[in-house]
Write a protein that binds this ligand. Structure first.
Ligand code: RB5
Length: 157
């Protein structure tokens, strides 16, 4: 059985609850790592929690929801071993699994409504990594991830 790690910030909380109910109704096991209300929180905290759950095997894959999906994907991709994809349509969701072997789906509650989010999530969960030439490319992402640990450039902001 697939265990899905779930996380959201305040903007994503209501959609996370909808997705959680849908996942449970479909027979998925869910690990809900918060947040649990619309009180303002910082999305990187939840991206880190779900990223860690996925890379340590506590969850098989993850779903993160913020306002746009972008901040969640950016933050989750800083966790070594995470390949998070921010998707706002079913095609990119499917491609993120088949070609990129994404292990976290990031959704934007301010741009994607409940029904569309469920369609995207269902497509993403049912799609499988295609392997072949895509495996060589994903291996190169993994290499970049390994090399990243070795130097930390100054933030130019
Ligand atoms: C919160 O206002 C918003 O910035 C956050 O949910 C997300 O969209 C960031 O990427």
């Amino acid at each position: 059985m697939t265990i899905v790690g779930l996380g959201a910030d305040h903007a994503g909380f209501p959609l996370k609850e909808d997705l959680k109910a849908w996942l449970i109704a479909r027979g998925y096991d869910v690990v809900d790592l918060g947040t649990q209300s619309t009180e303002s929180v910082d999305y990187p905290d939840y991206a880190a929690a779900v990223g860690s759950a996925v890379t340590t095997g506590k969850a098989d894959c993850g779903v993160l929801v913020c306002g746009t999906g972008i901040g969640m994907a950016m933050a989750a991709n800083k966790v070594s071993g995470v390949r998070a994809a921010a998707c706002s349509d079913a095609y990119t969701a499917r491609m993120s699994r088949e070609h990129n072997d994404a292990n976290i789906l990031a959704l934007g509650a301010r741009i994607t409504g409940r029904d569309a989010a469920i369609e995207i999530l269902e497509t993403w969960l049912e799609a499988e990594f295609a392997g072949g030439r895509h495996a060589r490319r994903v291996d190169k992402i993994v290499e970049l991830d390994r090399a990243r640990g070795q130097e930390t450039p100054d933030d130019p902001r």
